[in-house]
Design a protein around this ligand. Sequence first.
Ligand SMILES: [Zn+2]
Length: 279
Amino acid sequence: MNIDHFPQFGVLEDWAYGNHRVVQIAKLLRGVTGQKHRITFDPLLCATHFGVEIRETELPPGVSGRLRIDAACPRIEINREDHRLRKRYTMCHELAHLSFQEEIPATPKERADFDLVQLIPNVQKREEIFCNQIAAELLMPTQMFRRIAKTLDANFDGLSALAEGFDVSISASLQRIQRLAIWSVGRREWRIHGGEVETRRRQNPTIAGNIRRSRDKKDAQRQISQLLDKAESFIRQTFLRSHDACDEKSMRKYQHVLVCGTEVHFVKFKNVIHAFLIL
Ligand SMILES: [Zn+2]
């Protein structure tokens, strides 16, 4: 099989159909490579099926991978310095680009209203977004992920089990949980700057899809914000003093603190503390 047989995304009839096509493409790719029912997706198997060579190589810092179809044999180059799980994601992302060989993801209206020069930057960005979504769908198919997540407890152990089963990072499975609104999740980031803690990013809490009444949603949002505020004061009071001298490597692991009986998990990268909780 070669890349001419790679399933094509096709014309984006309407923006609203994008997600549907993402799911379809991933389903087709899993299907034709015999991975329909497998929990862990193997991107190498998929690449081999379509005659795409995968090569680990030295790439500029910050570049995880690239697709080269100029050579006789199409090739995906991945950054050899990246973590194994990042490499899996990059392979899926680059494979997804092959589904845009025939058509760029522009709507018919956009094609009629703009000339190509105006259109290209936006459409390229959109293709990147679709490739990320196809990669996530290949690694964690919506239906399968939702079904398995529902059998697990909404906590860090449940999240770890998902990450392990789908062979993705904790952060990727948390993002998936949030995108599909399976559990309620709160996230916040703080930057340590000159010995002070500054709030860096406040993300609106994700409220689980099964919480339907607006009063219940507001209650959950309030509860999450309060817990994260308490986590912040904990970090201000104790974390800075006790962990500041802690070596960077040992902190690249999620640790947890109990805030009002709820686990808040945090990880420190350089001078940024990232925290999340699951309700
Ligand atoms: Zn890309």
